[in-house]
Write a protein that binds this ligand. Sequence first.
Ligand code: BG6
Length: 306
Amino acid sequence: MVCEDDVAQWNERYGIHGQVVFSYDDHGFVVVSVNNAWASARLALQGAQLLHWAPVGHQPVIWLSDKASYVLGKSVRGGAPICWPWFGPHGARTELPAHGFARTALWNPQEAVSLPDGSTRLTFQLPPQLMPTELWPYDSSLTMEITVGVSLEVVLVTENRENRPITVGQALHTYFRVGDVRRVRILGLEGCSYIDKVLQGERQLQVGQVDFVQETDRIYLGSTREIVIDDPVMQRRIRLAKTGSASTVVWNPWTEKAAKMGDFGPDGYLRMVCVENANAADDQLVLAAQASHHLAVRYSVEPWAP
Ligand code: BG6
């Protein structure tokens, strides 16, 4: 548990007056707020989880559930949790937490820099001593760099310090705020094959754009192109350009599943869609001995045009 002194210390070491400020939020979580000429953003130290991002002059881009619960050690519903070092259920041990342990650990800030163009770059590290050796017996390191500028750039760096390869599943599990998911279209996945988790893992081929008419839970494989979230209700398009990610996960729980999950609120599912830049399932990363890997995504927003 972090105490008051830590917040003061984080501010002393990494705070930038008026631009990078550490504080407690209303739920007692330690958060870092970024404000600059380009945008505002907020991240929790738990999971280095982005909770808010709004470019100046735009509505918030990230969805955070009104009914999210804030308990240390439990993932907060919404924002951009980091799934690592496995995606979804653990391959061999189903009792282990879904999506790995990075999203519920307390990360450490490592650097905060104000860049010449007015953007702000923060770096966080998952402390190696918080990687439970019984779940992850590998010498490795995970850092996340986020740059809040004209766009939002997130880079997840995995380092394998072993003298043998390691296998990593990972995702930037970003929840996007949308006007009405029933009107949203996802572009950029045309022609990709996908694993349909709603259909017990059946393999399908994506023909045309992705629309939402029911629960959707898919891992698109070999998906490396730019993705566009087309939202005519909010009159905007969100672009996701990536490198180092071979899969894209698209998820919306729809009515029944959202109600069962309990932290969505009555119509929360209508206002969100998850588009996750990942290396999952067949596309898990096999990281060679002493190698490192960068999963990088640039998010940007533009006005909608027919
Ligand atoms: C998605 C998965 O990435 O995350 C879904 O594809 C899962 O199957 C969803 O339900 C939410 O997971 P969690 O663990 O945050 O409830």
